[in-house]
Write a protein that binds this ligand. Structure first.
Ligand code: DAH
Length: 339
């Protein structure tokens, strides 16, 4: 028995010496000291030992166990120290290396353009308001004098949620919402996201932004509209900028116009930017249609107003001379960092 225990001890020591990792060390612990381990086996065979010798053998088993345990513990500490040392070696920090730079975000060109634009209109006493992106057909079309079968509805093909609820195709529904409240006078701009089922290309996106403008009061005339938009163009695009009103048609304004500004790149001489014409179209506008006023609860005999709709991406692209709208949505930092 004693010999057997001596052998076990010997083997355990050899194996512990040869150990190369914590896992292996655990395996050895289980193999020798575990419930089904070598020492337990010896204890189980105690019944074959003559009773008078049992205390001695028992003592010897315990001594062997202690020796193996101590050896395991010692090896464990050695291993841990070795692992730690290797880790320290691997994690050496070279304080002379350049630091990794933190990337700082900043405002998107769309947002910069919007804030510039808002500053101009707030400076003229306008309030900035918002309307819902998911809108009723009633506000997006009906109250804006675009009835069920109007061709303008096709032009603004959009995403329907139900027959009566849709993603707004324009910010103009905010006009109707503001007029409906009955608070006079009205002097607001309403920026926001709009949606149309357009294919993506350099000048189209299924989701873009507009800034709506609306003024309603007693005695508002087309002259006020012209003066306002001239002021906007001057402040936003530069002091030399001239505006030109071209007759146009929108269902919710009468008369209606599209507004061009002199090309700020060439000053009107004609260049690549303005495709040689010297003029660049920037927005649609007009005097609020009497029917629209009436349908929204305002007496057109007492009040009159003007409205305009600016494509935010359009002015941002122009202002920063970006030639592809898609760049605004790709969120490539190499592009965005330039503004
Ligand atoms: N909502 C028009 C569009 O999306 C733009 C517009 C034109 C708005 C004339 C207006 C306006 O307020 O008076 O094409």
């Amino acid at each position: 028995m004693k010999e057997k225990l001596e052998q076990i001890k010997q083997r355990a020591m050899e194996e512990i010496q040869a150990v190369d990792g914590m896992d292996k060390l655990n395996e050895i612990r289980v193999a020798f000291l575990g419930k089904k381990g070598e020492l337990t086996k010896v204890l189980k065979s105690m019944k074959d030992v003559p009773p008078e010798e049992r205390p001695k053998v028992g003592q010897f088993v315990n001594e062997t166990r202690t020796i193996i345990e101590e050896a395991l513990e010692k090896e464990k500490k050695l291993l841990a120290a070795k692992i730690r040392e290797e880790k320290m070696k691997r994690e050496v920090i070279d304080v002379t290396l350049p630091a990794t730079r933190k990337m700082m975000g900043h405002r998107h060109p769309n947002q910069i353009a919007l804030e510039d634009l808002e500053r101009v209109f707030v400076g003229m006493g306008y309030e900035v308001v918002e309307g819902p992106e998911v809108e009723y057909d009633k506000y997006n079309f009906e109250l804006l004098n675009i009835p069920a079968n109007h061709p303008a509805k096709d032009e603004q093909d959009t995403f329907y949620i139900t027959k009566d609820i849709l993603l707004r195709t324009q910010t103009s529904p905010v006009q109707a919402r503001i007029m409906e409240t009955g608070r006079m006078p009205i002097r607001v701009i309403a920026p926001g996201r709009v949606f149309r089922s357009d294919e993506v290309d350099a000048t189209h996106s299924p989701s873009f932004h507009q800034v709506e403008g609306l003024v309603v009061d007693k005695g508002i005339t087309f002259a006020d509209l012209k003066g306002t938009l001239q002021q906007f163009a001057t402040e936003f695009f530069g002091p030399e900028t001239k505006v030109k009103f071209r007759p146009h048609h929108f269902p919710f304004t009468e008369p209606s116009a599209e507004v061009d500004i002199t090309c700020f790149k060439c000053g009107g001489k004609g260049c690549r930017m303005c495709k040689g014409s010297g003029w660049i179209e920037i927005l649609g506008c007009g005097m609020v249609h009497p029917k629209v006023l009436r349908d929204c609860g305002i007496d057109p005999e007492v009040y009159s107003g003007f409205a305009f709709g600016i494509g935010l991406e359009r002015v941002a692209l122009l202002k920063y001379e970006i030639d592809d709208m898609r760049l605004l949505y790709e969120n490539d930092v190499r592009f965005l960092n330039q503004f």
